[in-house]
Design a protein around this ligand. Structure first.
Ligand code: ZN
Length: 315
C-alpha cells in the first residue's frame, strides 16, 4: 500500500514534466551532435572545421592561458562526463591539469586508450624529440618532444585529417560529410598558405629570440631561425646569468626581435629589448589569444602581421 502511494506521487510530476519537455525535443530522425571536448582552443578550432554542424565543440583551456598550466573550472567535469570525444595535444602538455579531470569525469568513453580519446600528437611532425633518458627533474616541461606543434599549418592539416577520420569512425553514417569538410579545409588552408609564405619570403633566415620554446614548428615552416629563449629551459623562469648571456648573444649576432607569448610577464623581455635596441612582439600562440583570433586561419593572419611589422621596423 505504501509503495503504491509513493509510486503514484512520483508518477504524476514525471508525466507532467514529460508533457512539458516533449515539444522541445529534437525531431527523432536527427542524430544528436557528437559532443567534443578539447584540451586547447586550437584543437577545438580544427575539430570545428571538420565537424561542421554535426558536432558540438568546447575547449577547456582558453587561448590566452599558458596551456602547460591551466586552472580548469569544475564545470568542465560535467562537459567531460557527457563528451563522446576528447582531443588532447599530448606529449605531456596537459599533464599538470588534465589527467585528474579525465579520471574524475567517470566517463569510460574518453579514458586513455578508449575510442573517444584522441591524442593529436600522433598525427603531427614532432620536433625536439629527446634522445636518451627522459626526465622532468630539470623542470623541462617538454619531456617527449615539443608539444606546440599546431603552429605549423602542415601539422594543422594532418591533425584535421586525423580528427575527420576519428569522427567518421564514431559516426560512420556521416563519414562522407566529415571527409568533404576536411577536403574543403585543406583547400582553404592551401590558399592561405600561399599568401602567408609569400608574405614571409622577404624575411627568410631572420633570427628571433622567443620567451618559451613554443615556436620551433612555426619558425621552421616560415623559414625563420631561433637564436635562443628567455627561459633557460622550457618551464624555468628567466635567471640573471642566462639573461645576460642572451643579451650578449643578441648584440653579437644582431638579433632584434623577441617573440613573447601573451601570458608571460614582460619585465625581462622589455629589459632585454632596451639593452639590445630590440623589439618585443607579444604573439598569441593559440586561437582565442586575442578577440579577433576566432579560428585557426586568423591565428596565422594575426601573428604573421605582427611579426612582419617588427621585422620591417628592425631591418
Ligand atoms: Zn611548452
Amino acid at each position: 500500500m505504501t509503495r503504491r502511494i509513493t509510486c503514484s506521487r512520483l508518477l504524476v510530476p514525471l508525466l507532467a514534466l514529460a508533457a512539458v519537455a516533449a515539444p522541445c525535443a529534437p525531431p527523432a530522425r536527427a542524430a544528436a551532435k557528437i559532443k567534443i571536448v578539447t584540451a586547447t582552443s586550437d584543437m577545438a578550432s580544427l575539430a570545428q572545421e571538420v565537424g561542421g554542424d554535426r558536432v558540438e565543440v568546447e575547449s577547456i583551456a582558453r587561448g590566452y592561458q599558458d596551456p602547460h598550466f591551466v586552472e580548469a573550472k569544475p564545470s568542465f567535469l560535467l562537459k567531460l562526463r557527457q563528451a563522446d570525444l576528447l582531443i588532447i595535444v599530448g606529449l605531456d602538455l596537459e599533464i599538470g591539469w588534465l589527467p585528474p579531470l579525465i579520471s574524475q569525469s567517470g566517463n569510460p568513453r574518453i579514458q586513455p586508450n578508449s575510442g573517444g580519446y584522441l591524442d593529436a600528437s600522433q598525427f603531427a611532425e614532432i620536433l625536439e624529440k629527446p634522445a636518451g633518458v627522459v626526465t622532468r627533474a630539470m623542470g623541462d616541461v617538454h619531456p617527449f618532444g615539443n608539444p606546440h606543434y599546431w603552429l605549423d599549418p602542415e601539422n594543422g592539416r594532418r591533425i584535421a585529417q586525423g580528427i575527420a577520420s576519428k569522427l567518421a569512425e564514431l559516426r560512420p553514417s556521416d563519414a562522407a560529410y566529415f571527409n568533404s569538410r576536411f577536403a574543403d579545409f585543406d583547400k582553404r588552408l592551401k590558399d592561405a598558405e600561399k599568401v602567408w609564405d609569400a608574405e614571409m619570403q622577404p624575411f627568410q633566415s631572420r633570427k628571433v629570440v622567443t620567451y618559451h620554446r613554443s615556436w620551433p614548428n612555426f619558425l621552421k615552416h616560415f623559414g625563420l631561425v631561433s637564436a635562443g629563449e628567455i627561459e633557460p629551459r622550457p618551464g624555468i623562469p628567466p635567471t640573471p646569468s642566462h639573461t645576460l648571456e642572451l643579451i650578449n648573444m643578441m648584440k653579437r649576432d644582431n638579433v632584434k626581435v623577441l617573440l613573447v607569448e601573451s601570458y608571460f610577464d614582460l619585465k625581462t623581455p622589455n629589459a632585454i629589448a632596451r639593452d639590445t635596441g630590440g623589439q618585443v612582439v607579444v604573439m598569441p600562440p593559440s586561437v582565442g589569444g586575442e578577440k579577433e583570433i576566432t579560428d585557426y586561419f586568423k591565428l596565422f593572419d594575426y601573428d604573421l602581421a605582427l611579426l612582419i611589422k617588427a621585422f620591417k621596423a628592425t631591418q
